[in-house]
Design a protein around this ligand. Structure first.
Ligand code: UFG
Length: 342
């Protein structure tokens, strides 16, 4: 298939482009580089030994998006990652989030309708479950009021896609990610947050390498075994492979209604367990302290993965230790390259 990966120079998008190329698909990446670097394209080519097409465009711009589809009407499927994703920033700039995340989605779906492109995989999030009433949380759990405009864009997007599926020949899958971490084994691509990281794992690796003074563990009074919050951390390569399975499923069985799958490991880990895993695999001692809870955080969430395992035929294979090791290798390699460039 010829697959358009929007946001393909970003963290999950770049790993997915690698897995698509490895499986013999052709890849076009569309990304406006608002939170990523063009060097990622060279890294994807180096890892896979395959070529791809890159277009620097903003898909939330209707004219640009239309022009893109006019020139690329032979695309078979789209995996849509391009979106703003910082929870805190979305609270301060809600309109920027709705404008970017929702306009781009609508522009893409309109282009798909016009050029009869019918396969669509969407990057959603377990944030739609909020704090679930039951754990592990399955795909039929009620959707909670979003904690942030970012989370709301995921919820609204799922509704828009589902309505479009009902009204047209679009076949779509929404993948609800739990907490993606780690990087490709080559350490040539990985997670590269701009500025101070919000997420736990890049904060850990940046602290260990000396860019941050110490990690603050947000909350030790949760109702969890060690008092720190629990998440389902999934290796980004496992997650990327699920996208290939999803897009191939749409090729084999087109369907009328949007399908939804949880992408997690099925296992919850506390913040302290993540720190201990990091220390074990890196041999580093991490500087951390306990701090107050972070506003808006849920106490604990992990995935019921049975539906994805059985129906999608996909299962995560890599462990928390594997993910922490790869995150550390990536951080070290990236900073060494940065130092060489100076
Ligand atoms: N944490 C710390 N210290 C830090 C950063 C994080 O203790 O410096 C803790 C958090 O409090 C949380 C856990 O580590 O308990 C994981 O935090 P992340 O920020 O890495 O991930 P979240 O679960 O908060 O966020 C994820 C996705 C978001 C999504 C959100 C909502 O990254 O995109 O889940 O479910 F919106």
């Amino acid at each position: 298939m010829k697959v358009l990966v929007t946001g393909g120079t970003g963290y999950i998008g770049s790993h997915t482009a690698v897995e698509l190329l490895n499986q013999g698909h052709d890849v076009i990446i569309a990304d406006n580089l608002s939170n990523s670097r063009e060097e990622v394209i060279d890294a994807i080519i180096e890892i896979t030994g395959k070529d791809l097409v890159f277009e620097n465009i903003d898909l939330s711009d209707a004219d640009m998006c239309e022009d893109f589809f006019e020139r690329n009407s032979d695309i078979d499927a789209i995996i849509h990652f391009a979106a703003f994703k910082a929870v805190g920033e979305s609270v301060e700039k809600p309109l920027a989030y709705y404008q970017n995340n929702i306009f781009s989605l609508i522009n893409i779906l309109q282009g798909m309708e016009k050029y009869n492109i019918r396969k669509f995989v969407f990057s959603s999030s377990c944030t739609v479950y909020g704090q679930p009433d039951h754990l592990p949380v399955d795909e039929n759990a009620p959707i909670k009021k979003a904690e942030s405009p970012y989370g709301n864009t995921k919820k609204i997007a799922e509704d828009i896609i589902s309505d479009t599926c009902n009204a047209s020949k679009l076949s779509a899958i929404a993948l609800r990610y739990f907490n993606p971490i780690g990087s490709h084994d080559s350490a040539l691509i990985g997670e590269l947050p701009l500025g101070v990281p919000n997420n736990l794992v890049p904060f850990i690796t940046q602290t260990a390498i000396g860019i941050r003074k110490e990690l603050k563990v947000f909350g030790d009074d949760y109702n969890t075994p060690d008092g720190t919050a629990v998440r389902d951390y999934i290796h980004v390569v496992d997650l990327a492979q699920a996208h290939v399975v999803a897009v191939e499923r749409l090729e084999k069985n087109p369907h009328d209604q949007m399908e939804i799958f949880n992408l997690g490991t099925g296992k919850g880990s506390s913040v302290l367990e993540v720190i201990h895993s990091f220390e074990r695999v890196s041999g580093e001692k991490l500087n951390w302290t306990m701090a107050k809870r972070r506003a808006g955080d849920t106490e604990q969430v992990w995935a019921d993965t049975r539906y994805a395992n059985e129906e999608l035929g996909w299962k995560s294979k890599r462990s928390l230790d594997d993910a922490m090791k790869s995150a550390w290798e990536w951080e070290k390699k990236f900073r060494a390259n940065e130092a060489n460039e100076k």
